[in-house]
Design a protein around this ligand. Structure first.
Ligand SMILES: [Zn+2]
Length: 396
């Protein structure tokens, strides 16, 4: 008699509709500046976020400082975590970054006050449908007309035009980048190398107007997280440093000010084993029918050859559907991953298939993305550790 194996339940792919959506319109990064300038009498993109009005407002964005990471490190960040305790006043709360939770997308959301489906930077890399090239949204390679790519005014430009003293204080090499032009310009850009100089100048600029809007930025919490992981002395040292920077700025605030400390995404360390790091360049199944691989390890845009989108979707669901939310372009758009509305010019930038990691894993690409594939800490998807960012507030 033959042996019949007992029926084993078929593993079910994750339903993309169960992915936790960014809270666009109420509690996302894109809502922050519109809510801030509303308190200064400037009308920007609509939001239902409400903040106590302040004549002088400063946004300090700490790249990579997720809400959950911050809450887990009170010893390294005594000042920042002390601001979590004021939640009864509606401050010290989490925002959602937006999808994908990556720097180019989030900085564009902050600066324009719009979700990714409107500003049109839908990932670390995405296809430019007019050329068929994969475009890096941080480095702006290959070059594309920035103002055609993102045509909306920034909230900084709206504030500046309304007579608010407006400026950005960041690293000098960001002064002329396309991302700065289309997301973080309006008023005056001040380049300063050291974190201390940035904090001191941000406070001085805040005092320079009766109404003022100042943006400042620090990158290396994210940089060290990518290189060494968030469970490293290097990352914890950066957190201690940025905690002192934030306190330095808070202590110099002029009267009638609000300082908002936030971030563009969190981060998760990914183990170095083949199950946690599936290599697209070594996986013929995932590559079949694929023309371009965009996005990053935890948030992939997959562009199919003509006619192959259905097959690519089926195979990706089959191969990684238990670890990632795998959606067709139409499903991801209808689910609201990129915001409540997608501009026509943005639709084709989104992959035929979009895959967002739920498990602690990534789709690396060891040949086409050798540097990124070696990173320890990663981000991009919709899990709380990468999606939630702090909104901390200090008032004078
Ligand atoms: Zn990063």
């Amino acid at each position: 008699m033959g042996y019949t194996a007992p029926a084993w339940p078929e593993p079910e792919p994750l339903d993309p509709l169960t992915a936790p959506l960014p809270r666009y319109g109420t509690c996302s990064l894109a809502d922050l500046l519109p809510a801030v300038v509303a308190g200064q009498g400037v009308s920007g993109p609509s939001t239902s976020m409400e903040l106590t009005p302040a004549d002088r407002a400063c946004v300090f964005l700490i790249d990579g400082l997720g809400w959950e990471l911050l809450r887990a490190h009170p010893d390294e960040a005594p000042f920042l975590t002390s601001l979590l305790d004021t939640s009864c006043n509606g401050t010290g709360r989490p925002l959602t970054a937006g999808f994908p939770s990556t720097t180019a997308t989030s900085l564009a959301s902050v600066g324009t006050g719009l979700p990714p489906g409107a500003h049109g930077l839908p990932g670390y890399t995405c296809e430019d449908p007019s050329s068929g090239a994969l475009m890096n949204q941080l480095r702006w390679q290959p070059w594309t007309d920035p103002y055609a790519w993102q045509p909306y005014p920034t909230v900084f430009q709206l504030a500046d035009a309304a007579g608010v003293h407006t400026c950005q204080v960041s690293a000098p090499h960001f002064a002329q980048t396309p991302l700065t032009k289309i997301a973080l310009s309006g008023g005056t850009f001040h380049g300063r190398l050291s974190g201390e100089e940035r904090m001191d100048l941000a406070a001085a600029q805040l005092a320079a107007g009766d109404r003022s809007l100042v943006y400042t930025y620090y990158a290396e919490v994210d940089g060290n997280g990518h290189r060494y992981g968030v469970d490293s002395d290097a990352w914890r040292g950066q957190l201690m440093y940025v905690d002192r920077l934030a306190q330095r700025l808070a202590e110099q605030l002029p009267p009638r000010s609000a300082l908002y400390i936030t971030a563009d995404h969190g981060m998760i360390d990914i183990p170095f084993d083949p199950e946690s790091r599936i290599d697209f360049d070594e996986d013929w199944e995932l590559r079949a029918g694929v023309r371009l691989l965009g996005g990053e390890g935890r948030a992939r845009h997959v562009y199919a050859h003509p006619g192959a989108a259905g097959d690519v979707l089926a195979v990706w669901r089959e191969v990684v559907g238990e670890q990632m939310w795998v959606a067709s372009r139409d499903e991801a758009i209808a689910a609201g991953w990129f915001g409540p509305h997608i501009d026509d010019r943005v639709r084709g930038r989104i992959g035929d298939v979009v895959a967002a990691a739920h498990a602690d894993m990534v789709i690396i690409a060891s040949e086409r993305e050798p540097g990124e594939s070696k990173m320890v800490g990663m981000h991009g998807s919709m899990t709380p550790v990468e999606q939630l960012v702090p909104l901390l507030e200090v008032r004078t």
